[in-house]
Design a protein around this ligand. Structure first.
Ligand SMILES: *Cc1c(COP(=O)(O)O)cnc(C)c1O
Length: 232
């Protein structure tokens, strides 16, 4: 049986090699451990191995783990990223429990998350999700709509704009992978001219992290490559 430690060592090598190929510092790429559908004990194991950023796609499941880890590992220092689709009736638990939201794609949701973020917490860290491949089935904004939503997020006191996230169309065609990631990087660079503080370009998963890092990803989101296959 392969352990999380062995998988982490393998993906860390991949990230390091990809960063070196791109002439980048491997430390400039954060590994987001996507723990959806995985039990708390796997998160505790990943935490013990030094991982500090966890991604969840389902609100209830995520909140249970956030509370579970706070009990089992008080003062753990991990950050929780909400990366799933957002339903407008579920914004309150997201705003109350998560540190980041990477899947923001509507003004109404930005407003609700801002209004529901408890004021004793840091602002919610926000990435806007972009539908870079234009697939009708995908969440995310069209690239030309990003600037307007970014301006709204930047104006809201309980949100902090950090960057962009994308889930490009899955493809084994490497040129197509690079094209999609390069389009995201161009969009990110344009947005940075208006919002110089943004620092997060979240793109690249288990199958395409090399192409993503080559094109400038600062965060890759890995589930299966780290925790093994899910049964969902
Ligand atoms: C599930 C998921 C991932 C991780 O996918 P794997 O194929 O398990 O690595 C990354 N990003 C998002 C938004 C996801 O929903």
């Amino acid at each position: 049986m392969t352990t999380i430690a062995e998988r982490l060592s393998a993906v860390s090598q991949r990230i390091k090699a990809a960063a070196q190929d791109a002439g980048r510092n491997p430390d400039s790429v954060t590994l987001l451990a996507v723990s959806k559908r995985k039990p708390l004990k796997d998160i505790e194991a990943a935490l013990a191995l030094g991982l500090r950023a966890f991604g969840e796609n389902y609100v209830r499941e995520g909140v249970e783990k956030i509370q579970g880890l706070a009990q089992s590992r008080p003062g753990h220092g991990a950050q929780w990223h909400y990366i799933g689709p957002i339903q407008s009736n579920k914004t309150a638990p997201i705003a109350e429990h998560f540190d980041w939201v990477q899947s923001l794609d509507r003004a109404k949701l930005a407003q609700r998350l801002n209004d529901q973020r408890p004021s004793h917490l840091n602002p919610l860290q926000i990435c806007i999700q972009v539908n870079i491949s234009g697939e009708s089935s995908k969440s995310g904004l069209a690239p030309e709509e990003v600037e307007t939503l970014a301006a709204l997020v930047a104006s809201l006191p309980h949100l902090e704009l950090r960057g962009l996230m994308a889930i490009p169309k899955a493809t084994d065609d490497q040129e197509e992978q690079h094209r999609q990631f390069a389009a995201m990087k161009a969009l990110f660079d344009r947005l940075k001219e208006k919002h110089p503080q943004i620092d997060t370009l979240s793109m690249g998963m288990s199958g395409d992290l090399e192409a993503a890092i080559m094109e400038g990803a600062t965060m890759v989101r890995l589930g299966t490559a780290l925790f093994g296959t899910r049964t969902d």
